[in-house]
Design a protein around this ligand. Structure first.
Ligand SMILES: NC(=O)C1=CN([C@@H]2O[C@H](COP(=O)(O)OP(=O)(O)OC[C@H]3O[C@@H](n4cnc5c(N)ncnc54)[C@H](O)[C@@H]3O)[C@@H](O)[C@H]2O)C=CC1
Ligand SMILES: CC(C)CC(=O)C(=O)O
Ligand SMILES: [Mg+2]
Length: 349
């Protein structure tokens, strides 16, 4: 039992199933933290589609600065069909990731014992994708000319800086070094995207000289999607850019138990701002408000949150509660709250 500790937590439930799964994640976090002498002082932020419709605001700077003063952030999901695509994703979610310098988007994938995979024989799947979180094609560097005409031209230019690539590659090597298999795979498309791709490859090759124990591999992203399905056990740490990382982590989720289990952390490794934890999935408008969402991804995101704050025992307790719950899943439908209650009960011990 550790000594009493208090952390401040900013909570952004967001849109669709975001608030539903966040409630369950907080249930579990509360159940576990009580056992480890930890208190999370929570502040909820009303951000997302409802707020945008009411005020036109996505994330006002004053609220961003308030959020910045917390120890960590828990986010549900952002995006709603009643809001033009991109407004909330860029104006709220990416604004948080960029402003808080979440340059490591950490997305672990493993197949839990007894969980179903669509793959016949997936083998031992336990890898982590280190996705760059602040650069690439997501920075908004582009525009459109002659919109709506047959002569329209749209650009979305990927930005990759030596500084940005090196820091995320270093983080990925350090993570590989701390794992038993000590393997790092760079995923890119340097046979076509020669400017960005060569910067990534040169950076990996240079940093590799400082990590002689790490086996380094390279895959073009298209081939990586093949191996994620045919031989996912070959992966240990994958480092990749913002767009490729976004895409391959949905695939990684699909092969390892489904999107409802995939957790993530938007990490600021330098701790100059709070890190943010969220499920990999989006707001799932097709099932929102129906208690059909699996809250496990949000719950596992709180394990990543605890780990980041140094609460390793609490993180392990959440993981253990989830593993036990998954092992007993029979396939019978449970509501979002029923899953949250069951995991919280186990987590409370
Ligand atoms: N981090 C975020 O906040 C993200 C936001 N989005 C936004 O979410 C909205 C919907 O995007 P989609 O492309 O449909 O992706 P999505 O991840 O929301 O949904 C894809 C499919 O997975 C299912 N699904 C997702 N989470 C689930 C869960 N916990 N349990 C059971 N089923 C689940 C959905 O029902 C849907 O059929 C869009 O506005 C998009 O921009 C998308 C991805 C990430
Ligand atoms: C809406 C996107 C920016 C978020 C996303 O799909 C992701 O981070 O996986
Ligand atoms: Mg995504």
């Amino acid at each position: 039992m550790s000594t009493q500790q208090t952390f401040t937590l900013a909570v952004v439930g967001g849109d669709g199933i975001g608030p539903e799964v966040t409630v369950e994640a907080l249930k579990v976090l509360d159940a576990v933290s009580a056992n480890y002498g930890v208190t999370f002082q929570r502040t909820e932020y009303d951000l997302g589609a409802k707020r945008w419709h009411a005020t036109g605001e996505t994330l006002p700077d004053a609220e961003l600065e308030e959020i910045r003063r917390h120890d960590a952030i828990l986010l549900g999901a952002v995006g709603d069909p009643t809001v033009p695509s991109g407004v909330l994703e860029r104006g709220l979610l990416l604004k948080l990731r960029f402003a808080l310098d979440h340059y490591v988007n950490l997305r672990p994938s493993k197949i839990y014992p007894s969980v179903g995979s669509p793959l016949a024989n997936p083998g031992e799947v336990d890898f982590v994708v280190v996705r760059e979180g602040t650069e690439g094609p997501y920075v908004g560097n582009g525009g459109a000319l002659r919109v709506g005409t047959p002569a329209e031209i749209a650009t979305e230019v990927s930005v990759n800086t030596a500084y940005g690539v090196e820091r995320v590659v270093r983080d990925a090597f350090a993570r590989a070094q701390a794992r038993p298999r000590k393997k790092l795979t760079l995923v890119h498309k340097n046979n076509v995207l020669v400017h960005a791709g060569h910067l990534w490859k040169r950076t990996v090759d240079a940093v590799a000289t400082e990590f002689p124990e790490i086996t380094v591999d390279y895959l073009h992203v298209d081939a990586a999607t093949i191996f994620l399905v045919t031989d996912p056990a070959r992966f240990d740490v994958i480092v990749t850019d913002n767009l490729f990382g976004d895409i391959i982590t949905d695939l990684a989720a699909a092969i390892s138990g489904g999107i409802g289990l995939a957790a993530s952390g938007n990490i600021n490794p330098d701790k100059t701002a709070p890190s943010m934890f969220e499920p990999v999935h989006g707001s799932a408008p097709d099932i929102a408000g129906q208690q059909k969402a699996d809250p496990t991804a949000a719950i596992l995101s709180t394990a990543l949150l605890c780990d980041h704050l140094g609460l390793t025992e609490a993180a392990a307790a959440i993981e253990a509660a989830v593993t036990a719950d998954i092992e007993e899943r029979t396939g019978a439908a449970r509501t979002t709250a029923e899953i949250g209650d069951a995991i919280a009960k186990r987590a409370a011990g």
